[in-house]
Design a protein around this ligand. Structure first.
Ligand code: ATP
Length: 326
């Protein structure tokens, strides 16, 4: 294995730069030539290869986003697109590709592997929606961003006795809402994995109010409903002052946390090691605090399990008398 390439694909996530930097520097240290591919599979199809050296990845470990930029490519989904990608990789003499992205990007990596290019995937998405790994790159930073927002919103909401609804990202996965809601002491956390009726939400709020607590924080995952929708309903039912905040893409940016820099660095190195050992068609991850790797298809077929125990715990420590998990 002499020449390898690295690309970022799908949505960006804080920590991707740490992974790029580690892969480039560790690869060069191991005597490899390392290329960066711009804008994911789109750049691969357009033959955009950047020779990387120790200096090209200087001053990026602390930055969110991705130095290599990222994109989604419809053309890469086609046979023609993938053939073109393989042609350019062969032309450059690239022996392996590191793909940093989410499940879609991993399916792309699998497609390249099937066409004879060894690939290793690094889980880069803030959503934490990949079943085979306990954590994905960017999740910790996104949770910290949400926590910062909860802290600030609580200051103003409690001063005015207002109810605050904070909508967070995660698509179909409630992990950001759960972990940030737990850390931020949200009175109610709404996630797609635990259906809660509107009446149950009202009960919870009424119970708080009967105890003399008029300000509550509700963290709602985007996979449940829109914050404004809930705001309107609660305002109409309780006649209370309710505010809604949608954090949106704020959660995707920002300087990566220590944890995400650590994960990105370790996974960058692990990916290069796998390629050096001649292993491809794999993804790296972390399970029970141990770094693991797994065949892409096996990892993608696993079903994400929500941490119901932690959800129950979040309810208990947010001073609710009601448990929603049986
Ligand atoms: P995020 O979690 O941020 O959405 P992702 O990696 O899941 O990241 P996708 O848009 O699903 O993002 O995928 C990124 C790119 O990977 C796609 O634009 C496409 O080029 C490629 N890709 C997705 N699915 C496949 C597939 N089944 N086969 C080959 N390539 C794929």
């Amino acid at each position: 294995m002499k020449k390898i390439a690295v690309l970022t694909s799908g949505g960006d996530a804080p920590g991707m730069n740490a992974a790029i930097r580690a892969a480039v520097r560790y690869g060069i240290n191991e005597g490899m030539e390392v290329f960066g591919i711009e804008r994911g599979y789109a750049g691969l199809i357009e033959n955009v290869f950047l020779p990387m050296n120790m200096r090209t990845v200087s001053d990026i470990v602390q930055r969110g986003g991705t130095l290599l930029r990222t994109a989604r490519s419809a053309e890469f989904l086609t046979d023609e697109g993938q053939e073109l990608a393989v042609k350019f990789l062969h032309k450059r003499g690239i022996d392996g590709v590191i793909v940093i992205g989410g499940d879609g990007s991993f399916r792309g990596a699998e497609a390249l592997s099937k066409r004879g290019i060894p690939t290793v995937g690094i889980p880069g998405t803030i959503d934490n929606d990949l079943a085979y790994t306990d954590f994905t790159l960017g999740f910790d930073t996104a949770c910290n961003t949400v926590l910062d927002a909860i802290n600030k919103l609580r200051d103003t909401m409690s001063s005015h006795d207002r109810i605050c609804i904070i909508e967070v990202m995660g698509r179909g996965c409630g992990d950001i809402a759960l972990h940030a809601g737990l850390g931020g002491g949200a009175e109610i956390v709404l996630v797609p994995e635990v259906p809660m009726t509107y009446l149950e939400i009202l009960d919870r709020l009424n119970e708080d109010r009967s105890k003399g607590k008029f300000s509550s924080i509700i963290v709602v995952a985007e996979g449940v409903c829109k914050a404004e929708e809930l705001q309107r309903k609660i305002k109409d039912s309780l006649g209370a002052a309710v505010r809604a905040t949608v954090l949106g893409h704020l959660q995707r940016g920002g300087s990566p946390s220590a944890r995400d820099r650590y994960l990105g660095t370790c996974w960058g190195v692990q990916a290069v090691k796998l390629l050096k050992e001649g292993k491809g068609n794999r993804v790296v991850g972390i399970k029970d605090n141990r770094f693991i790797d797994m065949e892409i298809d096996k990892a993608m077929k696993m079903k994400k399990e929500f941490d119901y125990e932690l959800y129950d715990l979040a309810n208990v420590v947010s001073n609710s008398a009601i448990s929603y998990i049986h």
